[in-house]
Design a protein around this ligand. Structure first.
Ligand code: GDP
Length: 608
């Protein structure tokens, strides 16, 4: 299916290349380099040349370009993911060589490449199977609407808004019934005629209702963005078992309540999503660009700054100041917002703008690109793959969770446990929070519920309170190895980042048990505070480990993302400061409220 995959340095040395046909691809790749990459038009990573589609990814750290080419007529849904995965795999595999700048060697990458391709093709197939198909008319709500049902729902807020949209119903004899709300008789009659025509044409189903009256200008205002959070599980009982009383409540709720969750978390964690109703924003901006007087958005005051001169620090400063304030208002730590804006200034200074490029637009696009880059993982974190790998080697995969009190360690550990058991991995939770009263009971409640959903898959290792956490973790790992349990999740006590004895104890736990993954759990709610916690946890792990190569934080679990609206800045601050990826995002209080970070969605919300 793929015609070409090439990895080359920005200096022009080809590191590795795969070609499935004998066609000469040089002209197309050269055109891509000349027309897109060298001209900093890298916002869109797709380029068409003759019959080929070329997609590329830049690695600015190692100065590499990854290019894939395939026939334009093909619709390959996995190319973005594939490019990304090959990029991460290549970096992972050859990081030592790349760091040393040793390009003159034979990169033996074909087997890894084939594996990644196979995985992506399977992923594309599984995505295609997800129930995204368009509903038939019989399945839709409209087919169930009757005149009576519409009268009953008259008080409904939602219906009030759409009251002018005529609802029609095809009755079994093919006639069309029309809503009594259609206040304009003539229009209604015409619509009925049209619907009858449609019904006669296609008796099986009607895909759309007849054209609704043009909404008034007040109705056409841009709708606010809505974060899609918990995957429809809002009504389920929450995971709040933080006190003894709550833990006891666990006994009253039947596991059958959770039945509908089963099977919803198989495979990789789903991406965080943003509803696409604001996809017009780009066009709107273009429109505003064309007629600045109309606009009212935050960039409107800069719309006049159009020219073909080289960009100077001075000309960019007002835009950068405004952008910095905007980032801070979205909870990006002030220091980081400053650094980001400064680096954009350095990157753009001296760049010559095209006649129709504005300073504001160029600066904003460059910042957006930089933000996506910051949030994109620098290495592949594939927990399911690593768990299976450990399983093949007959040892448990160990993850330790750390963070301050109340950020959601236990709750999100339980969600991760649910996800793992959905993927047929058995889990042992090690109750190493031996300080907080109720911590063990909280985990016990989770384990009872999780085990009820996946019998025999979830276990708890507990030794009560006041004991040495590092010792309990060690016993738990040994127990898991003996009992052939696939994964160990270590819940540690919450601790303030400045509490030296407790940080020392955490460093000891990590040093003696050598978990495969150390995850820092932080709240999305806090801006500068989360950065301070993360920096100090990382530093303490390094300082107290007394080894030359200390195991510090490998990744971040960002919790309570559902409570922050579009103030998503903590995600940027945390990844910027550590360079470590956000591995999970907690989006609510049920077992399925766990997502993977989608860099584009977050940056989109941030730049809104
Ligand atoms: P710990 O002390 O770090 O173990 O924190 P807990 O797991 O006990 O969680 C503290 C509170 O945060 C509980 O009320 C949880 O239900 C809540 N919580 C955890 N994660 C999330 C999340 O992603 N969204 C929301 N809204 N609440 C959460």
């Amino acid at each position: 299916m793929l015609d070409l995959f090439s990895i080359f340095s920005k200096g022009g040395i080809v590191l590795w290349c795969f070609q499935s046909t004998s066609e000469i691809f040089n002209p197309s790749v050269n055109a891509l380099i000349r027309n897109v990459i060298l001209q900093e038009r890298s916002g869109n990573n797709t380029f068409s040349h003759k019959a080929l589609n070329l997609q590329y990814k830049l690695d600015n750290e190692f100065e590499l370009v990854f290019v894939v080419a395939y026939q334009r007529i093909l619709q390959l849904s996995y190319v973005d993911k594939f490019l990304n995965d090959v990029h991460l795999e290549f970096r992972d595999k050859y990081k030592n060589e790349l760091q040393g700048g040793r390009y003159i060697m034979d990169f033996d990458f074909k087997t890894s490449f084939d594996n990644v391709l196979k995985q992506c093709e399977q992923w594309a197939k599984s995505q295609a199977k997800l129930p995204k198909q368009m509903r038939t008319f019989e399945d839709s709500q409209k087919s169930k609407k009757t005149v009576a049902s519409m009268i009953e729902r008259k008080g409904d807020e939602k219906n009030k808004k759409t009251v002018k949209i005529v609802e029609t119903k095809v009755v079994p004899n093919g006639k069309v019934e029309e809503s009594p709300e259609a206040d304009d008789d003539v229009i209604a009659a015409n619509r009925a005629k049209m619907a009858q025509k449609l019904a006669a044409k296609n008796k099986k189903e009607i895909k759309k209702s007849p054209k609704s009256p043009k909404p008034s200008s007040t109705e056409r205002v841009k709708k606010p963005r809505v974060w899609e959070l918990g995957g429809g599980s809002r009504d389920l009982p929450s995971l709040e078992y933080t006190t003894d009383k709550d833990a006891a409540r666990g006994d009253e709720v039947q596991p059958s309540e959770y039945k509908e969750l089963l099977g919803t978390m198989t495979g990789a964690i789903r991406d965080l999503e943003v509803e696409s109703d604001d996809s017009s924003s780009e066009e709107e901006e273009e429109e505003q660009q064309a007629s600045p007087k109309k606009s009212g958005g935050m960039f409107s005051i800069f719309k006049g700054l159009v020219g073909s001169k080289a960009l100077s620090e001075e000309s960019m400063r007002p835009v950068l100041d405004k952008l910095r304030d905007h980032l801070i208002s979205k909870n990006v730590a002030a220091d980081i917002a400053n650094k980001l804006c400064d680096s954009v200034a350095v990157k753009l200074e001296g760049k010559v703008l095209g006649t129709f490029d504005s300073v504001a637009r160029t600066v904003k696009a460059t910042l957006t690109e930089a933000l996506v880059q910051i949030l994109s993982p620098k290495r592949r974190v594939d927990i399911l793959r690593d768990c299976l790998h450990a399983k093949q080697q007959a040892k448990p995969y160990v993850m330790a969770f750390c963070g301050v009190n109340g950020v959601g360690k236990s709750t999100n550990l339980a969600k991760i446990c649910f996800w793992l058991s959905e993927n047929k991995l058995s889990v042992l939770i090690a109750a190493c929070d031996t300080f907080r009263a109720g911590a063990v009971e909280q985990l016990r409640t989770h384990v009872r519920r999780l085990d009820a959903m996946h019998p025999g898959m979830v276990h708890l290792y507990e030794k009560g309170y006041g004991k040495d956490a590092a010792g309990i973790a060690m016993e738990a790992i040994k127990y898991a190895a003996d009992a052939n349990i696939d994964v160990v999740l270590i819940d540690t006590a919450g601790r303030m980042q400045d509490n030296e004895p407790l940080m020392r104890a955490l460093a000891k736990l990590i040093k003696v048990n050598e978990p495969d993954l150390v995850l820092f759990v932080g709240e999305a709610l806090v801006g500068n505070e989360a950065v301070d916690q993360l920096v100090k946890f990382n530093q303490a792990l390094a300082d107290h480990s007394s080894t030359s190569n200390p195991h510090v934080i490998d990744g971040i679990v960002l919790t309570k993302f559902d409570t922050i609206d579009d103030k998503v800045g903590a995600a940027i601050s945390m990844t910027y400061i550590t360079g470590q990826p956000i591995v999970f995002v907690g989006t609510g209080q049920t077992y399925t409220d766990l997502k993977a970070l989608n860099a584009n969605a977050v940056v989109h919300a941030l730049m809104k």
